[in-house]
Design a protein around this ligand. Structure first.
Ligand SMILES: Nc1ncnc2c1ncn2[C@@H]1O[C@H](COP(=O)(O)OP(=O)(O)OP(=O)(O)O)[C@@H](O)[C@H]1O
Length: 620
């Protein structure tokens, strides 16, 4: 036997579910009820535009939210389309029967679907998350009698004649004890600001319990004309060609409460194949190590959806501040839905592409400005390159490096500059202070190195090496560039061997390599080189929290400068054991100090030796 049937849903079962689970955040009722009010106004305006009706009252279109803490009510009033008795019964009492669908079907050809917010026909019921009784007082534009509807959250409702005499709707929420926080004027106002700050109709919030003050003369104080809580035509909805720099800056400071000027911005404006508008701002960093906490607010048709949804906005862009309004994203975003949505991936790719395009155009058209912003934007760009392959490929040739001469150049420029001295080797400085001796030597010899001092740089270096297979990045203390050495000088290997034995035995460190070089500099007797590979290995282990204590230290080479009189003296003079020890240890410590900080014990020994040397000098 086979049979077909309809599943029947009973309101007594579904009501508690809606109340509890429809939305996880209870404050969302604000968004739902106010967006219905805005919709009602937009619908009426549309009907007027289409010549279906005329607006006889000519009163400005607006939504007013009145909070009455004493009576525990919140009333949302609009002068929109209103509802007839049949409409109330159909749209309100038949849960999940959306009037928006109906309206759109009726005026399908003449209407832009995106303009109406509601789709699901459930939003109104979110009011029961905070109210035990909800009343509707409404007067339809059609001239049908006014209607009053009320429901106490049970399964029955009452319909009677309404009190409204002007076109539009009042939704009155009798707020429960548990939700009384929303009866506070400021809490309610800030919730409305959060969800409704860009809704397309002016919204006013009124405190019913606030007494109007009367002056001594008995006249009412003239209060300032009330201002809407929202910005009904936010800048991002305008065409980029219609916006001025000043407007972009003001919009930024108002929206993000950041009074520092943004560096620059990208106005997103896309109609096809999906609709998307918005503005992304690059905030200014105050110092190199600061990671700004960005904020990307997602909107659907000027209705706030959520902050920082990383499924829609590529993660690295969350360091920016901005607004993205996309009518095609459902309001009740469930993250698991978004994750699996190919459409969302397209949006995210589009935004990434736009950001790269903007940066490249800045590079090409306003290079000086680009350079001046570089310190602030580089961590963000580098992070983007690490996270998004496509972004990285696009940005590859527009990454700048700051040289030790404070120039900003690209990798190709750098490689071109150094091709005679260190072909395909990029020397970089990761710590300005610790590596200053090396920097000075580089500068004295007209060599170039770049600063890569941000925490993100160590990962970024590996990334660049992967991308440029024949280029090797080396920390400035990893190797001696041939340009630092005297040309055509052969090293006396016997002398080198002798010094090697002397140093390794005195320093009691057989891991240390000792190398004799003829450096151009005559002021540096000894310097330390740390092998790039072993240092990176150590850094990586530390990064992953592995214990490096028992590990051999990074491979180090002590370079002795044959051109320095101290080294010559040490290898030629007949010195007593104690002096030799003093000299070797000191030369090593001096090289070490120029590279890193001394351990407590080493520092103690170093200071002691200094005293001894001073004494020897004075007793001479
Ligand atoms: N203030 C109002 N003025 C006129 N009609 C209204 C008003 N509020 C609600 N309605 C009608 O009731 C219908 C149902 O509203 P409800 O919020 O439940 O669903 P929706 O807005 O269509 O969809 P969503 O679930 O996305 O909000 C609306 O589509 C509209 O026709």
């Amino acid at each position: 036997m086979s049979k077909q049937g309809n599943l029947s849903i009973h309101s007594e079962n579904i009501f508690p579910i809606i109340k509890k689970w429809l939305y996880s955040d209870h404050d969302i009722f604000v968004r739902e009820i106010i967006s219905n009010a805005c919709d009602a106004i937009l619908k009426f305006r549309k009907l007027c535009d289409m010549g279906e009706t005329t607006d006889e009252t000519q009163t400005p279109f607006e939504v007013t939210v009145t909070v009455n803490e004493k009576e525990s009510t919140i009333t949302v009033s609009d002068n929109g389309i209103g509802m007839t008795e049949e409409e109330v019964e159909k749209y309100i009492t038949q849960i999940a029967f959306s009037g928006a669908e109906d309206f759109l079907n009726k005026y399908q050809d003449k209407m832009d679907k995106e303009q109406i917010i509601g789709h699901f026909g459930l939003g109104f019921y979110s009011s029961f998350m905070v109210a035990d009784t909800v009343e509707i007082d409404t007067l339809s534009y059609t001239g049908a009698p006014s209607v009053h509807w009320s429901c106490d959250g049970g399964t029955t409702y009452e319909l009677s004649e309404g009190k409204r005499t002007t076109r539009g709707t009042d939704i009155i929420l009798h707020v429960t004890e548990e939700s009384k926080e929303f009866l506070n004027f400021y809490t309610l106002s800030s919730t409305i600001e959060k969800y409704c700050n860009f809704m397309p109709v002016p919204i006013y919030v009124v405190d019913a319990n606030k007494e109007t003050t009367t002056s001594a003369e008995g006249e009412e104080n003239t209060v300032e004309a009330p201002k809407p809580i929202n910005d009904p035509i936010p800048l991002y909805t305008k065409k980029p060609s219609e916006c001025t720099d000043e407007e972009y800056k003001t919009f930024y400071s108002k929206t993000f409460m950041d009074y520092n000027e943004p560096l620059f911005w990208i106005h997103l404006d896309m109609d096809y194949p999906f609709n998307l508008k918005g503005i992304l701002y690059f905030p200014k960093l105050h110092n190199e190590y600061e990671m700004v906490e960005g904020k990307i607010k997602l909107y659907n048709n000027q209705v706030f959806v959520a902050d920082n949804i990383k499924e829609v906005i590529p993660e690295f862009l969350l360091l920016l501040k901005g607004i993205v309004d996309c009518p095609d994203i459902p309001l009740n975003v469930s993250r698991s839905f978004l994750q699996n949505d190919g459409f969302v991936k397209k949006i995210s790719d589009y935004i990434t592409k736009k950001v790269a395009d903007k940066l490249i155009s800045l590079y090409k058209k306003e290079l000086d400005h680009y350079k001046s912003c570089w310190d602030s934007i580089s961590p963000f760009i580098k992070y983007g390159c690490l996270r998004e392959e496509k972004f990285s490929t696009k940005m590859k040739d527009y990454i700048l490096y700051k040289t030790i001469d404070d120039e900003y150049i690209t990798l190709n420029d750098y490689l071109e500059k150094v091709k005679d001295t260190n072909e395909n080797k990029v020397f970089y400085v990761s710590d300005k202070e610790k590596q200053s001796q090396y920097v000075t030597m580089f500068k004295e010899n007209n060599l170039s190195a770049i600063y890569l001092t941000h925490p993100i740089d160590s990962s970024f270096i590996s990334h660049m090496e992967m991308q440029n297979k024949d280029v090797k990045f080396m920390r400035i203390d990893a190797d001696i560039s041939s340009a630092l050495k005297e040309e055509n000088t052969a090293i006396d290997t016997a002398k080198e061997e002798k010094l090697n034995t002397l140093f390794t035995s005195i320093l009691n460190n057989d891991k240390l390599k000792v190398k004799l070089e003829t450096l151009k500099s005559q002021t540096v007797p000894s310097m330390l080189l740390i092998s790039e590979e072993s240092r990176r290995m150590q850094e990586m282990m530390k990064l992953y929290g592995m214990d490096t204590n028992g590990m051999p230290p990074s491979e180090a080479t002590l370079v002795l400068n044959e051109n320095h009189p101290l080294i010559t003296a040490l290898s030629t003079k007949d010195l007593d054991e104690h002096t030799k020890e003093l000299a070797c240890k000191h030369l090593y410590d001096l090289a070490l100090i120029a590279n890193q900080s001394l351990s407590a014990d080493a520092m103690q020994a170093f200071l002691q030796r200094n005293n001894e040397l001073l004494m020897a000098l004075l007793n001479k």
